[in-house]
Design a protein around this ligand. Structure first.
Ligand code: UDP
Length: 236
């Protein structure tokens, strides 16, 4: 499927139309941004690695009953996906305290939560993606109550599927950000699932293997992305 017209360019991806109005191509870039694009850089081969890691996760999720936008990986940097009407809510699922949760509530990073926490953020760069709750989502019309229930159920199911899969490969799923959209009346998991959008820690050493290495200038950024790729996609 050939890409045609550029319809969206984000921080890490471009989206193109195809001859089929139901399908679009996601092109994965090496560009990296953090702190709402106040910090910019590139991570060599990030696009290639994130495309492959996302493919692995989407295939695993589809096989376990989570509907996603994934159709096929076209080449190193391109993935064919179903076109979504994106719900403007970023759903975060957390298993271990880190990042904004630690900061906002003064909690110690690294403590396991007794059960996952789900949070919602309004997808709006100009406002720095503010945190919202279920009432903001439904009363302000971002999604219906039924859609939000589906989003929440699918986010938790995604967490339940990915966590043991990662742990078998020596990786802790600390937290992750998911995006959902509508496609012919169905809610599908969209976007990407990769070290840009999840926190992954080595299960033994607790070394960060994700975008926090870039955000916090920890070094060995490319190596971390490649390490996750090696553990998840070896032999594929
Ligand atoms: N996240 C993301 N995009 C965002 C904000 C967060 O992919 O715009 C991911 C982030 O990588 C982490 C999870 O969502 O895996 C929770 O992020 P958090 O709320 O702790 O925010 P941060 O510390 O990244 O600002």
């Amino acid at each position: 499927m050939e890409k045609r017209e550029l319809i969206y360019e984000g921080k890490a991806k471009r989206v193109y139309t195809t001859a089929n109005p139901d399908l679009v191509v996601q092109y994965f870039k090496d560009d990296a941004t953090a702190f709402n694009a106040k910090k910019r850089g590139t991570i060599a081969s990030k696009g290639v690695v994130n495309n492959a890691i996302s493919e692995t996760f989407f295939r695993l999720l589809e096989a376990n009953g989570v509907p996603t936008h994934f159709v096929e990986r076209l080449n190193e940097r391109e993935m064919l996906v179903k076109r979504l009407q994106i719900i403007p809510v970023e759903t975060v699922v957390r298993n271990i305290i880190a990042g904004s949760l630690a900061k906002r509530l003064g909690l110690e990073e690294g403590k396991s939560l007794p059960e996952p926490i789900v949070e919602y953020y309004y997808k709006n760069d100009a406002l720095d993606d503010p945190m919202i709750n279920q009432w903001h989502v439904t009363v302000l019309g971002m999604a219906t109550a039924g859609e939000l229930q589906t989003v929440t159920d699918l986010a938790l199911k995604t967490n339940t599927i990915l966590r043991p899969h990662l742990e078998q490969r020596g990786i802790l799923l600390v937290d992750m950000k998911l995006e959902f959209g509508r496609h012919h009346g169905r809610i599908l998991l969209g976007d990407e699932i990769c070290p840009d959008t999840c926190r992954f820690w080595d299960a033994t050493t607790r070394k960060k293997l994700d975008k926090d290495r870039f955000r916090q200038d920890l070094g060995e950024v490319e190596e971390a992305y490649h390490e996750v790729h090696r553990r998840l996609c070896a032999g594929t």
